[in-house]
Design a binder for this molecule. Structure first.
Ligand code: NAP
Length: 319
């Protein structure tokens, strides 16, 4: 089969399309014939060497959608031909076939394309964990989704709207802001506009927001604290550097800064998250948005694109 492999950590051009052996299916495992692959920022960090424990050569990727090709002994819930999406893999999803543990393979509802299936796992599971497990969001609260036009932000916007929150989303381009509004945000502001924090305070009549889902904490965390309501909480989802904050802004509000990484979710939490996502995908409240499709051979270009400003939903690769 064809697969992207890296033999050394580095810039995007270390991603090479190569021939790789078709994985053998063991007990409790599922082999998926991949139809689409989700590209996430985390794979660019891993490719650069953020996790030196990764054994090379290595195929990136956790997220894919496709058809079950074969199942190992003991797998009773899935069979050849089933439409599925993956939430983790044994062999890496940037490939024509991917081997997974059966617990990482979930049914893809018939109303979703494979491209949408590839856009589910990291963005939607992260948004769910941030909103429900970490922020403990309640219907009626106001949430600021700080970076709503990308993979996690779109997921969070749809989810928060469906859960009865009042949603303020941000994006840095006109196209991004239109997209965020279409996904159900009640208000959309431009995080590149110098007056946007003032606008957020005006939208909440000076009270501030109860929850902030923060995609770029190194730029925003200090400012976030100034637009929080009393007892507000910031959930740090993404950060690419250091930041200075004024603790007194937290003290004034009895406020919390919380953080998360999806990799810390336990097996039972993940099972619960994917049960919730399955329901939302089936009933249409969760609708992954694919902004760009590229060939698997163009994985290097996709790694450049996923870090560029002007996010518009997900980038997926097609094998
Ligand atoms: P993405 O699709 O590239 O989206 C990035 C988002 O951040 C876009 O909405 C972008 O808007 C926005 N953004 C850019 N500059 C901003 C600024 N100054 N203030 C606020 N927002 C800004 O990425 P993603 O997949 O949604 O992931 C978002 C972040 O979360 C990444 O850093 C990723 O590594 C991290 N993440 C963490 C976890 C975890 O487990 N903690 C899981 C998934 C992702 P414009 O492009 O319109 O400016």
């Amino acid at each position: 089969m064809k697969a992207i492999r890296i033999h050394q950590f580095g810039d995007p051009d270390v991603l090479k399309l190569e021939d790789a052996p078709l994985p053998a299916v063991g007990a409790g495992q599922v082999l998926v014939k991949v139809q689409a692959i989700g590209v996430n920022p985390v794979e660019t960090y891993q490719r650069s060497g953020s996790n030196p424990a990764i054994q090379l050569p290595w195929t990136p990727g956790m997220d894919a959608a496709g058809l079950v090709e074969a199942v190992g002994a003991g797998v009773t819930e899935l069979q050849r031909g089933d439409r599925v999406y993956t939430s983790d893999t044994v062999t890496g999803s940037y490939a024509e076939f991917v081997l997974c543990d059966q617990t990482s393979v979930h049914r893809l509802p018939a109303n979703l394309s494979f491209q949408q299936g590839a856009a589910i796992n990291i963005p939607y599971a992260t948004a769910y964990r941030a909103l429900h497990h970490r922020a403990r969001a309640l219907a009626g609260e106001v949430v600021l989704i700080h970076g709503a036009s990308g993979g996690v932000g779109i997921a969070a916007t749809q989810m928060a709207r469906a859960a009865g929150l009042s949603v303020i989303g941000t994006a840095g381009t006109d196209a991004g802001r239109k997209l965020v509004a279409e996904q159900g945000a009640h208000h959309v502001v431009d995080h590149r506009d110098s007056g946007y924090l003032e606008q957020i305070l005006q939208l909440t009549e000076g009270r501030g927001v109860d929850i902030i889902l923060e995609m770029l904490a190194n730029v925003n965390l200090g400012k976030d604290l100034t637009v929080l309501a009393k007892h507000g909480r910031v959930i740090v989802i993404g950060s690419r550097g250091n930041v200075e904050i004024t603790p007194r802004e937290l003290m004034k509000r009895d406020a919390d800064i919380r953080a998360m990484t999806l990799f810390n979710a336990s097996a039972s939490e993940l099972a619960s998250i994917h049960a919730a996502l399955g329901a939302g995908l089936e009933n249409g409240t969760l609708r992954p948005v694919v902004g760009r499709e590229m060939r698997l051979a163009d994985a290097a270009k996709a790694h450049v694109a996923v870090l560029e400003p002007g996010a518009y939903g997900k980038i997926v690769l097609l094998p």
